[in-house]
Design a binder for this molecule. Structure first.
Ligand code: SF4
Length: 311
């Protein structure tokens, strides 16, 4: 299916040009997506806006294959925001399992509570109302508005940023943190038509996830290879600051993961000694535990006991 690129209609605000700079890229990327998109549960119509929101929280820092089983269990247990809102936040942390960065579980719980209290239990479609929910930033608001409600927003995740850096800017990697210039470019590249823009957002993200990946760019199967500025320039080497590593072993994040795993598996408060057993180094262990308590992920109780938060 070829998705048309139409001039913007009066209801949109971000592009006024009949020939958006991204126009040569739109149809090839969207056509490729129509043929190659993975069949993921949050892309099915029955996922609804809540399914899209849950998936976006989970996918932000965790790969698809690890998200899939937790997502399925989550939606089976809490099919609506109100179902999650009715539970203790610690249950969200427990169900988050080993997805990592567990503050996301607390934030998702907080968003579910706010959706239930302010929006009658329905995920709002309005971008500013989404952004006003606790724990929802610019990226998630744009992703939910675009993927769940078909609206026109620049959805700038790490995959999209890499595709734009290579195909349009002509460099191997985007900056370490998202810049104003990248946001401007993403808005300029948006198709004017709302439905096409929503398709483009999902398609450019999938291209970065499957073809133009961080480790290996598969230009021979890329639908925009003929236009790609970085490829056409002979793939100049990365000149920017060193890219952030993903070290995990020995970090406080690993210690926090171990401590939290003890509490997730216990269905009653656990003593300090049970936590002491999972990490040998006392200073780092104490720092990690303090951090979990400060983040609201662990609740200290009298008598040196700990549990996942009930409120
Ligand atoms: S041609 Fe290669 S580097 Fe350029 S966008 Fe496609 S996969 Fe990425």
């Amino acid at each position: 299916m070829t998705a048309p690129t139409k001039p913007p209609h009066g209801g949109t605000t971000e592009s006024t040009s009949e020939h958006a700079p991204g126009e040569p890229l739109h149809s090839p990327v969207i056509d490729w997506f129509d043929e190659h998109a993975r069949d993921l549960p949050w892309r099915r119509p029955e996922a609804g806006a809540w399914g899209v929101m849950v998936s976006e929280f989970m996918l932000q820092q965790t790969p698809v294959n690890r998200v899939l089983p937790v997502y399925e269990q989550w939606l089976a247990r809490w099919p609506r925001p109100a179902d999650l809102a009715a539970e203790a936040p610690g249950e969200a942390v427990r169900a988050w399992g080993r997805l990592g960065y567990p503050r996301r579980a607390l934030r998702l719980h907080g968003a579910a509570v706010a959706i239930t209290e302010r929006h009658g239990g329905d995920v709002p479609a309005d971008h500013s109302q989404l952004l006003a929910l606790p724990g929802i930033g610019e990226y998630t608001a744009a992703a939910v508005a675009s993927f769940a409600y078909g609206q026109r927003h620049a959805v700038l995740d790490t995959n999209v940023r890499r595709v734009f850096a290579r195909a349009v800017t002509g460099v191997q990697y985007p900056p370490n943190a998202t810049t104003a210039a990248e946001r401007r470019l993403a808005r300029e590249l948006l198709p004017g038509d709302e439905a096409t823009a929503a398709r483009w957002a999902a398609a450019s993200m999938e291209l970065g996830a499957l073809v133009c990946t961080a480790k290996n760019e598969s230009c021979h199967r890329c639908p925009i290879a003929a236009f790609c500025a970085w490829r056409l320039a002979g793939k100049p080497a990365h000149e920017g600051p060193p890219r952030r590593g993903q070290t995990y072993a020995g970090t406080d994040r690993q210690v926090r993961g171990r401590l939290l795993a003890v509490l997730r598996e216990a269905h009653a408060p656990v003593p300090q000694a049970a936590l002491d057993r999972v990490w040998h180094e006392p200073v780092q262990r104490a720092r990690a535990l303090d951090g979990l308590v400060a983040d609201g992920l662990v609740e200290p109780l009298p008598g040196g006991l700990y549990r996942l938060p009930l409120t």
